[in-house]
Write a protein that binds this ligand. Sequence first.
Ligand SMILES: NC(=O)C1=CN([C@@H]2O[C@H](COP(=O)(O)OP(=O)(O)OC[C@H]3O[C@@H](n4cnc5c(N)ncnc54)[C@H](OP(=O)(O)O)[C@@H]3O)[C@@H](O)[C@H]2O)C=CC1
Ligand SMILES: CC(=O)N[C@@H](CCC(=O)OP(=O)(O)O)C(=O)O
Length: 350
Amino acid sequence: MNGEKVKVAIVGSTGYGGVELIRFLWGHPHAEIVSVISVSSAGEPLTDGFPHLSEIIVQPLDGLNPEELAAKVDVVFTATPSGVSAKLVPQLLEAGLKVIDLSGDFRLKDGSEYEAWYKHEAPAAGFLEEAVYGLAEIYGDEVKGKELVSNPGCYPTATLLGLIPALSAGWIDPASIIIDAKSGVSGAGRGMNLTNHYAEINENMKVYKVNKHQHIPEIEQTLGHIAGEPVTVTFTTHLVPMTRGIMCTMYAQLKGAYTEEDLIQLYRQYYEGRPFVRIRDNGKWPATKEVFGSNYCDIGFAADERTGRLTIVSVIDNLVKGAAGQAIQNLNLMMGWEETTGLKLTPVYP
Ligand SMILES: NC(=O)C1=CN([C@@H]2O[C@H](COP(=O)(O)OP(=O)(O)OC[C@H]3O[C@@H](n4cnc5c(N)ncnc54)[C@H](OP(=O)(O)O)[C@@H]3O)[C@@H](O)[C@H]2O)C=CC1
Ligand SMILES: CC(=O)N[C@@H](CCC(=O)OP(=O)(O)O)C(=O)O
C-alpha cells in the first residue's frame, strides 16, 4: 500500500460497470481500491461471484455507509442503477467525498426533463447544476478539481464524438440528424431478464425503446449546446447478439460539397491531442472488435455526392469508453493526472 495513492471505493461493484472499474483500477499507478461495496452481498467475498478476480481483490465486500466511507477513501465511483444514484450521490458528496457517477441521474441539467424520460424523481436541487458532464474529449477541461462528474451514457458517447466536429463546424444541418444505434447485451447490465436470455438474443436482433430511449435528451442537450440552438434527433436502438460493443451509424445532410478528405482533416484537427479518438483513413470503416476491451472511439465517414448526405460510423466498447474506461479517464482529469493513466491497453484481438 502506497500512502500517496488516491483511495477509491466502488459502489455497485458486483455489476458489469463495477467489475470493469476494478480491471482498470487494479493496474492504475496512482489509485488504490480500498473498498468494494455491495448492498445485496455485503460481507461475502467478491470472488464468490467473480473467480477471475481471485488474488486481485482479497477483501470481502463492504456494506454501504457514506460516513464510514468518507473516513477511508477520497473518491467513490457509483456504478449503480438510475434512481439509486440520484439519492446516494448527494449523501456521498455531503460526507465530503468526490464522486464519479456512471448512471444517467446527473447528466441532464433540467430535472423535469430527467423525470419525464427516466420516470424517477430527479436528484435534489443544486446537484444537477453542480455535476460536470464528463464527455472527456469535449468537456475534459471542466472536470479538473470537480467534486461530481457525471459519466456520459454509452450510446451518447459514441454518438456525440461522431457528430460534434461536423456540427461544430456548421457542416451539417442539425435538423437532419438520424442515429441508428446497436449495442451488445452487456449494455443492459448484469441483472437477468427474459430479453437478455441467451435463447432470446442468440441469432436475433431486436429494436427497442423507439423514440422513448433515455439517451435522447442527453444527446439533444449536448448537440444543442454545441450548435447554439435546440436540436432534435431521431435515435433508434437495437440489441445485437454480442457481449460488448456499440456501433452508431449516423446520417446528416451536408451544408456544402465536403469530401471525405475534408471530413478526415476536420476530425483529425478537432481531436488532435485527444488520445482515445481515432479517425479512420478514407474508405475504411471501424468495427466493434477493433475497440473491444479498450477506451478507444473509432470513427469513419462517407460523404455521398448523389444525396448530399454524410454517413458517420462510430464504435466504442460500451463497458469501457461507454462506462468504466471513461470514468477512469475522468478520474485522471479530475486529479490532474495524465489522461491515459491506467488506460493504455490495446483492444483485445481476435
Ligand atoms: N452496462 C453498460 O454498458 C453501461 C451502464 N451504465 C450505467 O452504469 C450503471 C451500472 O451499470 P451496470 O454495471 O451495467 O449495471 P448492473 O446491473 O450490472 O449492476 C448494478 C449494480 O448496482 C448495485 N445496486 C443495485 N441496487 C442498489 C442499491 N439500491 N444501492 C446500491 N447499489 C445497488 C448492484 O450491486 P449490489 O446488489 O451488489 O449492491 C448491481 O450489481 C447503471 O446506472 C447503468 O445504467 C452506463 C453506461 C454503460
Ligand atoms: C443494451 C441496453 O439495454 N442498453 C441500455 C443502456 C443503458 C445505460 O447504460 O443506461 P444509462 O446510460 O442511462 O445509465 C439501454 O439501452 O437502456
